[in-house]
Design a protein around this ligand. Structure first.
Ligand code: XCC
Ligand code: SF4
Length: 655
């Protein structure tokens, strides 16, 4: 029999959070299968696939290349390991870039309807931003009606998806020197759909067999996401739902309410969640909830739909990627409303063990076993009401004896759009640039991306972030990385106490946390936009800045697309999970080294958060040295943390 210690130890390898650990134990006790069980059942996972050396792009295959050089070195068509690895990576990036960009298109279509007065429940929430962007893109906004300006902007942005325009609207945000570099390399994105479709074409059997050529196009495809599809999603969401401003909320499973109807909004697209938040406040629906004995309707977020709602409305956050099954194990969730991306098909299976309704809403994302309530923005308000009503009606089926809400929530701050960051700095980036120049802040790092059940949930995010801020490096977070840091209590103004003296002083002066929540996955466009603005203000290219990216626990194709456009934009990025490219030493050497000569940035892989921090600190100091700023020499930067840390457990037990 295992001891309590053994069990706790084993659980701490799955997640460092109490809420997750308790719910995993409970799921086990109740015989409910979770992501960790299914991962174990898949092990050992295919070695060829892990190395990127398998191909099933045609029916002469599937083919595998022997990494030890003894078996086949060519696929049936003659493709070698370099070609196969590069093609697979290219398709992965296209999967991610397409997801973000199609999300952007969905927002754009609704925005166009709003401009035409055809969508119910939506409006232009930030007219000033609409006009600012219209001016930026050279559209006439002065003296014209809001909807007219919106119609022009919609038309302009729609052309980003086609081939007629042959460029991206927001390319002007990229420093000129970088644009020149892209042009020279032939990687300037021409159109969002075009780059993605072209990647599918190039990776068909018998098209592009030159791994360098494939990877250059992969960069272009990713850039069409970061400066195209994702940026359109972010900017139009701000215009329609409001540009985020600093807001305080709460995070972890403790945000569920024992005595209320709990609705979790899961996925990525804010179109539906925004109207749901409004519907949940409708007095008639609140009254209906009361008639069933509930004390109100509590909307909470999961993953990036949750980030969108937290950033703009301060809606509490139940958790990140690996919490989506466990949130139902509380027995307190009436409905999980899903749009798309990162929603495990298994949520339907877990829901069956409780009274939880899984409600799918996007016609492009159906889940067998879920109730589908097709979302039509023309009837946005009405559909939102139907969904909330369905959740309320599930409440009487809740078995209160099975309800267990494990922890008390932790407070976190969000809402750091580029606009909000500049406002906090007093209107311009200059105070931040001055602090970086003086060395009180060494640089900034974007810690982004997912959870992956192959790693203890959130440990890498939290430890890497903590180590960086201790060394006076400002951390920007998005996606599941933001939620991880929130749960660890690293995202309140008081968290400045965790930072080094320079960063701490700046945060205390501005009243902001040392870890700034910039939003959802598509909001990584805010990160590159900010980087571009800093570079322009300093009159240098982005790759000269003391910046880095990190995706410590990434799992998704979208994360690969993000990492690639971040690197393509000139920001070196460290991955915590090995991407499936190690079957080709050529591809590895290009991405981890050769790229630096062409785009001024490269990838590194380092699963240990302290070693990753070390790598990033050395990188940042080297960039400082090159800029002529005070810097710390390489041999003075040590891994002082490794010995002193144990795993963190965030969240306090509920009393
Ligand atoms: Fe998904 Fe965006 Fe990854 Fe989280 S971080 S697991 S992509 S929800 Ni973007
Ligand atoms: Fe095999 Fe070539 Fe077909 Fe891939 S494209 S499955 S390597 S024959």
């Amino acid at each position: 029999m295992s001891t309590t210690y053994d069990r706790a130890h084993e659980l701490s390898h799955l997640s460092i959070h109490l809420d997750a650990q308790q719910m995993i134990e409970r799921a086990r006790a109740e015989g409910i299968e979770t992501v960790w069980d299914r991962l174990r059942a898949q092990e050992p996972q295919c070695g060829y696939c892990q190395l990127g050396l398998s191909c099933r792009n045609c029916s002469m295959g599937p083919c595998r290349i022997d990494p030890f050089g003894e078996g086949p070195q060519k696929g049936v068509c003659g493709a070698d390991g370099d070609t196969i690895v590069a093609r697979n990576l290219g398709r992965t990036i296209t999967g991610g870039a397409s997801s973000h960009s199609d999300h952007g298109r969905d927002i754009l279509e609704v925005f166009a309807r709003v401009a035409n007065g055809e969508a119910s429940g939506y409006q232009i929430a930030d007219e000033a931003k609409l006009r600012r962007i219209a001016d930026e893109l050279g559209l006439v906004s002065e003296g014209r009606d809001t909807n007219e300006v919106a119609r022009d902007l919609a038309k302009e942005l729609m052309e980003n998806y086609g081939i007629a325009k042959n460029s991206l609207s927001f390319i002007g945000r990229v420093p000129q020197v970088r644009r020149d570099r892209w042009k020279e390399l032939g990687i300037t994105p021409r159109g969002i759909d075009r780059e993605n479709v072209e990647m599918m074409h190039r990776t068909h059997m018998g098209v592009d067999n030159d791994y360098v050529n494939i990877l250059l196009h992969a960069l272009r495809t990713a850039l069409s996401d970061g400066w195209g599809g994702s940026m359109i999603a972010t900017e139009l969401s701000d215009i329609m739902f409001g540009t985020p401003q600093p807001v305080t909320s709460e995070v972890n499973l403790g945000v569920l309410k024992l005595d209320q109807v709990n609705i979790a909004m899961h996925g990525h697209n804010p179109l539906l969640s925004d109207v749901i938040v409004a519907a949940a406040q409708d007095p008639a629906l609140v009254e209906l909830a009361r008639s069933y004995g509930a004390n109100g309707i509590n909307v909470v977020g999961l993953c990036c739909t949750g980030n969108e709602m937290l950033m703009r409305k301060g809606v509490p956050m139940a958790g990140n990627h690996l919490m989506q099954e466990l949130v139902m194990v509380t027995g307190a969730l009436e409905a999980m409303v899903v749009d798309y991306q990162c929603i495990m098909p298994s949520v339907v299976d877990v829901a069956k063990c409780y009274h939880t309704q899984v409600i799918s809403t996007s016609d492009k994302a159906k889940f067998p076993g879920a109730t589908h309530m097709s979302f039509d923005p023309q009837r946005g308000e009405e559909i939102a009401h139907d969904i909330v009503r369905a959740a309320v009606e599930a409440f009487p089926n809740r078995n209160q004896d099975r309800v267990r809400i494990p922890v008390s929530p932790v407070r976190m701050m969000g809402g750091f759009s580029v606009e909000a960051i500049l406002a906090a700095l007093g209107g311009t980036a200059q105070p931040l640039i001055d602090a970086i120049a003086a060395g009180s802040i060494r640089g900034a790092v974007a810690v982004v991306g997912c959870n992956n059940p192959k790693l203890p949930q959130d440990r890498e995010h939290i430890e890497l972030t903590r180590t960086l801020i201790e060394h006076d490096i400002l951390v920007l977070v998005t996606g599941c990385a933001a939620i991880a840091n929130g749960k660890a209590g690293q995202m309140m103004p008081e968290s400045a106490a965790l930072a080094g003296p320079g960063l701490r002083a700046l945060c205390e002066a501005l009243g902001v946390p040392p870890v700034l929540h910039m939003g959802s996955c598509v909001d990584n466009s805010r990160v590159v936009q900010l980087a571009g603005a800093l570079a322009n203000a300093m009159g240098v290219d982005i790759d000269s800045l003391p910046l880095a990216g990190a995706a410590p626990e990434w799992y998704s194709e979208k994360a690969v697309a993000i990492g690639t456009y971040v690197v393509g934009s000139g920001i070196t990025t460290v991955l915590g999970v090995q991407p499936p490219i190690f079957g080709s030493p050529h591809v590895v050497s290009l991405l981890a080294d050769g790229l630096d000569a062409v785009v001024g940035a490269k990838f590194a892989v380092e699963p240990d958060p302290y070693k990753a921090a070390l790598l990033i600190r050395r990188h940042i100091e080297a960039k400082r040295a090159a800029l002529g700023l005070p810097f710390i020499a390489d041999d003075q930067i040590h891994d002082d943390e490794a010995a002193s840390r144990v795993t963190t457990t965030a969240g306090s037990a509920r009393v």
